[in-house]
Design a protein around this ligand. Structure first.
Ligand code: HEM
Length: 305
């Protein structure tokens, strides 16, 4: 061992009042690491707990788990941008492209859901999942909160009535996704939405407090003017917005149509939303970075797919 390494190891443990000899002896006894220990394959491969015996239910569970892992990777990249004190145009662009690549994978692989399960099996095992829904994915909501300002996630019908002075509570009640679980006339929420909020609302409030000024859109607007007109960065931002809010959404919508719209009859979704309207991008017009699109592009959002 080089003297330099020995010195650094000594310094490291002395700094925390630890006996370096004991740590070196521990190294002598510790077992070598294996792939399966490191990747935790045993734990990972035992996380698929089916509610029925249909083999395709396993595809459904695993693909959701894969999606959640990619969501976690996306959130980690966004967090690095959010927490960076000074970020260069190159690093910003690089991070947006990484996030986009993860979403590109999610979009192109959605065919595993659309064409990868037996329609009959799906419609049997899904009855055991009611009232659970992918709608209750907290990480998906966090990606949205971390990508843009809250105003861009407000239901289009109420956007004009909400501004910086509105309370968080009021804004939260008018987020676009409330439409999937709420009767706006009576204000009554579905169990799917109520349970989701009971579990995650506090966490979302904490999360949005930080991201309200540190989301990707605010961070972009805080860059020097020259960076904000950098073509590569603008292209990356537009690519991300388009992939999440049109391509992924439409892949998801087409999948729902494939399984739930049989012979022109629309089946009720497990989360109970009016999904045909709710899920199509042309109705909600969710856009993370609105200033990067022309009026015509916004007008045509989700109509050409
Ligand atoms: C056969 C496959 C799928 C079908 C038929 C399907 C169907 C639906 C439907 C109908 C909704 C609307 C809410 C409701 O009433 O339940 C929904 C929402 C949602 N699903 Fe899926 N889904 C599928 C797969 C997935 C996958 C793999 C994910 C990945 C995590 C996912 C994530 C979501 C999310 C995030 C929402 C809320 C979207 C929003 O608010 O716009 N879904 N899904």
């Amino acid at each position: 061992m080089s003297a330099d390494i020995t010195k650094k190891i000594k310094e490291k443990y002395e700094a925390i009042d630890q006996d370096v000899e004991t740590h070196l002896e521990g190294l002598l006894h510790s077992k070598p690491i294996n792939y399966w220990d490191y990747i935790q394959t045993d734990a990972l491969l035992n996380l698929q707990i089916q509610r029925t015996t249909f083999p395709d239910e396993n595809v459904f569970i695993m693909y959701h788990q894969i999606s959640e892992l990619l969501f976690k990777m996306i959130l980690s990249e966004i967090e690095q941008v959010a927490k960076a004190e000074h970020i260069t145009t190159e690093v910003f662009t690089d991070k947006i492209m990484r996030v986009s690549r993860y979403f590109d994978v999610l979009t192109s692989s959605f065919s595993i859901m659309k064409d990868g399960m037996d329609i009959e099996q799906y419609n049997k095992f899904r009855t055991t999942l009611t009232p659970a829904s992918g709608f209750q994915s907290a990480q998906y909501r966090k990606i949205e909160f971390a990508s843009t300002e809250l105003i861009n996630l407000i239901d289009k019908r109420f956007r004009e009535t909400i501004d910086r002075n509105s309370s968080y509570e009021h804004a939260f009640e008018h987020l676009y996704w409330q439409a999937a679980g709420k009767d706006y006339k009576t204000g009554k929420k579905t169990y799917t939405l109520t349970a989701f909020e009971e579990r995650y609302k506090e966490e979302f409030i904490r999360f949005t407090k930080f991201y309200q000024n540190n989301n990707l859109w605010s961070k972009f607007k805080g860059l020097p003017k020259a960076s904000q007109s950098n073509e590569k960065l603008i292209k990356a931002m537009r690519h991300y917005d388009h992939t999440v809010n049109i391509k992924w959404v439409i892949a998801h919508y087409n999948t729902a149509n494939h399984y739930l719209n049989i012979g022109g009859n629309t089946a009720e979704a497990t989360g109970g939303s009016e999904w045909v309207k709710y899920m199509h991008p042309k109705y909600q017009k969710r856009i993370f970075f609105p200033d990067l699109w022309t009026d015509q592009e916004i007008e045509a959002w989700g109509t050409d797919v």
